[in-house]
Write a protein that binds this ligand. Sequence first.
Ligand code: ARG
Length: 258
Amino acid sequence: MKKGLIISLSLIVMLSIILSGCSKQSTLSRVKKSGVIVMGTSADFPPFEFHKVVNGKDTIMGFDVDLANAIAKKLGVKLEIKDIDFTGLIPALQSGQIDMAIAGMNATPDRKKNVDFSDEYYNSEQVLVVKSSSSINNLKDLNRKTVAVQLGTTSDDAAKKIKGIDLKELNRLGDAFLSLENGRVDAILMESTIADAYLKEYKDMKMLHIKEINEAVPGYSVAVAKGNQDLVNQINSVIKELKDSGEYDKMLNKWMGK
Ligand code: ARG
């Protein structure tokens, strides 16, 4: 009798383990069930994502937020935004803390090993930002100079290939600008569209286009946890609809003035 009870109990335990394994939900079904999609981003990247006080309230806005809202609308759910350091985004996708990362993130082959990406929606170029009074004009001038980048970005990758520099990897791009302002670094390596936005605020700085630091990389894409093709398909159809309807060009015009 006792033996039978133990056997059936262990059967129940085994069955529930198997069942819970099978019912591991896709991100899309979790999102639809909860009625909320959580976007992770590093909101230091204007005009794609940045903080602005609107009617006394701290708000995250930008091109990527508009894209995220279009995705939420398509799925019929609400959008929630989490501001995370850039290097934390892929781990947050993997642990299910966020449902999608939209952060001006290039769909690089390395990242593709860990997450799935949507179609590309933007391309940007690496540039150097220096003080207007700086004597730096080209790559050679960077010898023994201190260069700031955002940690874990394609700018970080590109900077690692420049010989003779002292690299400062920072979690937030805003800190790179404060460092340049205060003379703690000599230059920032970053992307041109974002440099354009920061330079509106930092008037005593300029942007240098340096051909040699640019390598062909895939463009910006939305990242989701691996194995979520259904969600990727939905996101791709949103990107396509935005482009086909002319809404995408309106967004470019709104955020980049292009
Ligand atoms: N495009 C670069 C990359 O993929 C930088 C992205 C940084 N994004 C941000 N929201 N700070 O690595």
